[in-house]
Design a protein around this ligand. Structure first.
Ligand code: C2E
Ligand code: CA
Ligand code: CA
Length: 745
């Protein structure tokens, strides 16, 4: 059983491990795909934002050109371009804050500034720039006066009256150009650049790495993990940019991969807006999502494990219940045989070093308890026994109910069995008293000492049970050890049982008669019929060898009626033949008392053979069992009603008490021969016997003493007033023919 539970646990762990493994795989796939999609979403976002930003910048440049063009047109319309007119316009334009710097260059290179100051430049440079410009507007000027800072210019020619007057120039720093665009939530994490096709960095956001690097291509090449591969990739990028196409690429750098998204700025010849995002930055953004997903998965696994645990608990509870039903006897709560066989096997296999015994036990005369006190109380007694027994066994012993009041246990054979038996008996009797069961509960047990630990459990139980069965009802010793000879006895019992029916039909059961002797008159006073089984080969079996078996299997009933009828037939014949007839007593099993038709059947036989009163006497053994006694009294009273002579047989052999006899109607008291043995040796016994005889006289019943073998015994009986004796001193039981020849002539 333990092994089964272990197997179940292993199975459970297997299931849980499997489930957890599946969950981990699912979760890993889930977390990976989730982070991948989130990553892709980030890259999509950066592409979209980069494109949008490049469009914003494109619009901004367009706008700048529009402004300087409008200023140039306005200036042309002013007519005479005096120093004051020009400088006022410039000052006005500067106030509007569109450009960092505005100025006008006249056709000979004189530069007018908003503050009215004048400087000189070479006009050809500007003409060149205008020629190179796309829409005749925007220029990059890295030769600006603002130190390292790059600037760009929007230049519009001022043409008045068809004559070229100069250029209106708006200058802005590329440094602040990127303030005009946003990348949404990526603003803080992405690095943005405004670059030229040759990689020159025109502007970069503050978080741009590379320190003083002013060319993105050289910076990337410098940082490349694999410069050759990078070179190739960059060349490809250059071509794409020259074609004014967007770039989206992941570049492997030494410190981390970097994602680059670049869009050409429309309206410029070779300017591009690029956004870069380090893998590590993406990781930082993805991490919370991944952590959240992992936590969700862990929660799901935990919930699932909890569910498995709850379901398991439920199932194991059901299983325990089922095991209880499968292994427990619902009436007493004891374990059943199925359980016993498994548990005993397990214990014997695991504890080869412990001395074990299998013990079968039952309650003596338990059936009387059922009949006398009813099933409910009898069941309660059994339950009390189970409880007491359970308390008396240790963890490496086991105990089960076989049937009715029959139990089996596998106990450690350490000499404690008697103490244990007493403990259980004491507890059960104490309990019995509380439910008004006064019958003394005694346990009868058969022991089988286990020597071969591999022997089959049912075989051990059979042997212990055999030992139990070997204790006959009369035995005062209530335990017996198994011996191989018991098997022989069982075989013999089986043989007897297989033969009995046929033997009865074939007349193999023969009544013998043993005289009862009147010691005063010194003549025969009657006889007792005693059965003999005479086999066809002439061999004889004595009643002690088969009556106990028949009492157990109920066949005794048939045999007793057969004997009664045989004797009635014999008495009838003697009467018919006019021969002297003596009263014959016939043994009647107590078993008969439970047959409801018993009295009527006796009457039928007596009537059939017209047996006069006093010729046939029935011998019954008294019972100590109070409730059976009531029944006995009732049946005996009915027998008395139909004028049957009754005798109490074997008085003094069991728990006899004269007091108990006062309610029973009977005519003869037969004192057991064992009593006589004790009387010879003890004065007290002799005195008791005297009192029994006196009391019997007082009750008006005759006393017959059985087993009188010596003259001394006969003398002693006569002395104490017992006049009738039965025993070998006078005659042994003999066949009817011999008896007839001797006494009936
Ligand atoms: P029981 O009714 O007490 O019968 C007396 C037994 O004592 C007889 O044994 C008898 O042979 C034996 N006996 C008589 N005198 C002496 C003696 O002086 N010394 C010794 N040692 N024994 C003596 P038996 O015939 O072997 O019967 C044994 C028992 O079997 C009977 O005991 C009775 O209980 C039972 N029995 C015999 N015949 C029947 C029967 O037809 N029906 C039933 N139900 N039981 C029977
Ligand atoms: Ca008898
Ligand atoms: Ca007797």
């Amino acid at each position: 059983m333990k092994k089964k539970i272990d197997a179940d646990i292993v199975k459970l762990y297997g299931i849980i491990t499997g489930l957890v493994a599946i969950c981990i795989v699912i979760c890993t796939v889930h977390v990976t795909s989730l982070t991948r999609s989130y990553r892709e979403a980030i890259l999509d976002k950066i592409n979209v934002q980069t494109q949008m930003a490049s469009q914003v910048l494109s619009k901004m440049f367009e706008k700048n050109i529009e402004i300087v063009t409008a200023e140039a047109i306005e200036m042309a319309h002013k007519g005479g371009l005096s120093h004051t007119v020009i400088c006022d316009m410039l000052a006005e334009c500067e106030r509007q804050g569109r450009f960092q710097d505005v100025y006008f260059i006249n056709s000979i290179g004189t530069v007018y500034h908003p503050d009215g100051s004048l400087t000189q430049v070479a006009i050809e440079e500007y003409t060149e720039m205008v020629d190179e410009s796309l829409d005749g507007g925007v220029y990059l000027d890295n030769n600006s006066s603002n130190g390292d800072e790059l600037s760009f210019m929007a230049i519009a020619p001022v043409i008045a009256g068809g004559l070229f007057k100069g250029y209106f120039v708006g200058v802005d720093s590329t440094a602040s150009i990127l303030d005009h665009v946003t990348l949404g939530y990526l603003d803080d994490s992405a690095i943005s650049y405004l670059t030229a096709n040759d990689g020159t960095i025109l502007s970069a956001t503050e978080n741009a790495g590379g320190g003083s690097a002013n060319n993105v291509y050289s910076y990337l090449l410098e940082q490349a993990k694999n410069p050759e591969q990078m070179e190739e990739m960059l060349n490809e990028g250059r071509i794409t940019q020259e074609n004014r196409d967007p770039i989206q690429v992941t570049l492997p750098l030494k410190m981390a991969n970097i994602y680059l998204s670049s869009y050409p700025i429309e309206g410029t010849e070779n300017w591009n807006y690029s956004c870069c995002l380090y893998d590590s930055t993406i990781d930082v953004m993805v991490r919370p999502i991944a952590i959240r997903a992992i936590l969700t998965c862990i929660s799901v696994i935990l919930i699932m494990l909890t569910l498995v645990a709850v379901v398991w608990k439920h199932i194991s509870k059901d299983q325990t219940r089922m095991e209880e039903l499968a292994y427990c006897d619902t009436l007493t709560g004891a374990k059943n045989m199925h359980y016993f066989e498994m548990k005993a096997r397990e214990l014997l296999d695991d504890n080869r070093d412990l001395p074990y015994a299998v013990i079968c036990f039952d309650i003596v005369n338990f059936r009387y308890m059922n009949e006398g006190y009813g099933h409910e109380k009898a069941d309660a007694i059994l339950a009390a026994l189970v409880k007491a027994a359970n308390e008396s066994f240790s963890y490496n012993e086991t105990f089960a109910r076989i049937s009715a009041d029959k139990f089996v246990c596998l106990a450690i054979d350490d000499g404690r069995d008697k103490a244990r038996k007493e403990f259980v008996e004491e507890r059960v009797n104490r309990y019995a008293n509380t439910i008004a069961v006064n019958y003394p509960i005694r346990i009868k047990s058969g022991f089988y000492v286990v020597t071969d630990y591999t022997e089959q459990i049912p075989s051990m139980i059979d042997k212990a049970d055999l030992a139990r069965k070997s204790i006959t009802g009369e035995s005062k010793k209530l335990f017996a050890y198994y011996e191989d000879s018991l098997i022989e006895e069982t075989r013999r019992r089986e043989y007897i049982e297989s033969q009995m029916e046929e033997a009865l039909e074939n007349g193999e059961f023969v009544p013998y008669l043993q005289p009862k002797w009147d010691m005063v008159e010194d003549k025969i006073a009657g006889a007792e019929a005693l059965v003999r089984w005479i086999k066809p080969d002439g061999s004889m079996i004595y009643p002690n060898d088969f009556i106990p078996i028949f009492e157990k299997n109920g066949f005794v009933e048939k045999l007793d009626f057969y004997m009664l009828e045989s004797i009635c037939k014999y008495v009838r014949r003697l009467l018919d033949e006019g021969k002297p007839v003596y009263p014959v007593s016939i043994n009647q099993s107590r078993y008969l008392l439970h047959n409801k038709a018993y009295v009527r059947m006796v009457q039928d036989i007596l009537l059939k053979y017209e047996i006069p009163k006093d010729y046939v006497e029935l011998e019954l053994t008294e019972t100590v069992f109070f409730l059976e006694r009531e029944h006995m009294v009732s049946v005996m009273s009915k027998l008395k009603d139909i004028n049957v002579m009754l005798s109490i047989d074997d008085f003094g052999s069991g728990f006899s008490s004269l007091n108990l006899l006062k309610d029973i109607p009977f005519d003869v008291l037969k004192i057991d021969r064992g009593f006589l043995d004790e009387t010879a040796t003890s004065k007290a016994s002799r005195w008791i016997l005297l009192k029994i005889v006196e009391m019997a006289e007082g009750l008006g019943v005759k006393v017959v003493c059985e087993g009188v073998e010596t003259k001394e015994q006969a003398e002693m009986l006569k002395e104490i007033g017992c006049h009738i004796a039965q025993g070998y001193l006078y005659a042994k039981p003999m066949p009817i023919t011999q008896f007839e020849e001797t006494y009936n002539c």
